[in-house]
Design a protein around this ligand. Structure first.
Ligand code: CUA
Length: 316
């Protein structure tokens, strides 16, 4: 109904309709009660106006039916809002299992996108239509915020952390991408476009570039350049933990706690190796803080993700 209104963004993702539905419901509830309350104020103001100069109003004590009504009706409405809102929130926070992962690095003042097969883009992101896309995001400097109104997704992009959002575009086109967190002088210029393409066009676009090879292969090279492979070996004879098959697993730590090996854990282990020591290993790894950029960290993470468990843990 609002699709043609320039005030309202296009609906171009699977979540857009659900987000709009709850938005319009809340808007309708607000309008209804605003009109009801304003109307009653005017009506009662007129009806119970002072008619005689020294008139005194009649005092009314309680009205059970009225009180139960104005308690239960709003309670019911707010429960509907809560349950409905929570279901949309959960759907937005839980990406499907099979997503197309793309890394995003925000910096003053641009968006850098890194596709897994090596393709890099700045302020422009190409994705195929109909495919669930997950953005794994971090910042090189201050807090930014990715916002694509047409997809109804928005999330802070934080230095030193990975946040993620997902969306499934439903129609090809070009959609605005904004930074929605004030991040310095040229914050307003930190904009871009998401280009949603037909799958075949997307394949053609992908094969048009990527001279540097995949993200994981760049990570593999970096892994060797930084001599990580001298300690992290596939045969469990190394001085560092075996990384094959590590991603997504639960790791037992020296401290007795355990941690799931996700992007944040791998990042922390590269930058602050002493923070979480794997049980059975010594804290001998040097820090790589300042030696690897955010983008190189992503390459290393993607390399670790690509290391599947080898047969009996032996290879090389
Ligand atoms: Cu980046 Cu505002």
């Amino acid at each position: 109904m609002w699709a043609g209104t320039p005030l309202f963004p296009e609906r171009a993702s699977t979540m857009a309709g659900r987000v709009d539905a709850i938005y319009f419901f809340l808007l309708a509830v607000s309008i209804f009660f605003s009109l009801l309350i304003a109307g009653l104020i005017v009506y009662f103001g007129a009806k119970y106006r002072r008619r005689r100069e020294h008139g005194v109003g009649r005092v009314v004590h309680g009205g059970s039916l009225l009180e139960i009504g104005w308690t239960l009706i709003p309670l019911f409405i707010t429960i509907v809002c809560f349950v409905w809102g929570a279901s949309v929130f959960f759907a937005m926070s839980r990406p499907p299992d099979d997503t197309l992962n793309i890394y995003v690095v925000g910096k003053q003042w641009m968006w850098k996108f890194q596709h897994l097969d090596g393709e890099r883009e700045i302020n422009e992101l190409h994705v195929p239509v109909g495919r669930a896309v997950k953005l794994i995001m971090t910042s090189e400097d201050v807090i930014h915020d990715v916002f694509v109104p047409a997809f109804r997704v928005k999330a802070d992009v934080l230095p030193g952390r990975y946040t993620s959002i997902w969306f499934q575009p439903t129609k090809p086109g070009r959609y605005h991408l904004f930074c929605a967190e004030y991040c310095g002088t040229r914050h307003s210029g930190m904009i871009g476009e998401v280009v949603v393409m037909d799958p075949s066009e997307y394949q053609a676009w992908l094969s048009g570039g990527a001279p540097e090879g995949s993200l994981a292969s760049a990570g593999e090279k970096l892994f060797a350049d930084l001599a990580c492979n001298t300690c992290h070996r596939a045969d469990s004879q190394g001085r560092g933990p075996v990384l094959q098959g590590l991603f997504g697993k639960t790791v037992a730590l020296q401290s007795g706690e355990s941690v799931v090996a996700d992007e944040a854990y791998i990042r922390e282990s590269i930058l602050m190796p002493a923070a979480k020591i794997t049980a059975g290993y010594q804290p001998i790894m040097p820090t790589f803080q300042g030696l690897v950029t955010e983008e190189q960290l992503l390459q290393l993470i993607e390399y670790v993700k690509s290391l599947h468990p080898t047969e009996l843990g032996i290879r090389n």
